[in-house]
Design a protein around this ligand. Sequence first.
Ligand code: MD3
Ligand code: FE
Length: 217
Amino acid sequence: MTSDLFADEEQNRTWRDELCPDAVVLRHFAVAEQTAILAAIRDISDAAPFRHMLTPGGYSMSVAMTNCGAHGWVTDRLGYRYATLDPQSGKPWPPMPAVFRALARDAAASAGFEDFEPDACLINRYAPGARLSLHQDKNERDFAAPIVSVSLGIPAVFLFGGLQRRDKPLRVPLTHGDVVVWGGAARLRYHGVLPLKEGVHPLLGGQRINLTFRKAG
Ligand code: MD3
Ligand code: FE
């Protein structure tokens, strides 16, 4: 009993870890809204199911993806880009829920980026073994806006690199409810996610979900 209470309190404690001047981890920032966030993910993925997209090179991504908001990130043999329609249904991506918009805006403001208005939310689902190799986020029209990422479920090790692929990345463990905000000088840093280890999260089971909010259009 006592241990459950301690566990709950640990989840409700928030603090910040600076990665570099323009990148900060807001630990447990999303925990308070977890129930509404998980319900919204369920609604979105009912309308636009998670799928393993093809890279331009023809490989199936280990991470399963879907989107909400006006613009959705997609990849296929033609390349990486944003699209206003889900290529699988031909319909617009589900709208961005108010709880998502508010969370992204509050996190950005808390990191010093006022008035963040994301128009794209990529939802990544990792099963054990899934990974994201080192890359830059550069399909967005405007690099002035920050990016906000929300980690849910089992922990992952995030790779935080430099402005060149060869720069040795820092390893940053991210757990349930952690929110990362990066902008300014950090906006174009290389980053990735190590292959996910097996684990069980009380709300999400054996998976990790990451929400990435961007101003794409
Ligand atoms: C970048 N997704 O979808 S971004 C992506 O966990 C993507 O699924 C990651 O990269 C994922 O393009 C999460 C998290 C993040 C955190 C801190 C960063 C990216 C960062 C700091 C600098 C650059
Ligand atoms: Fe990325």
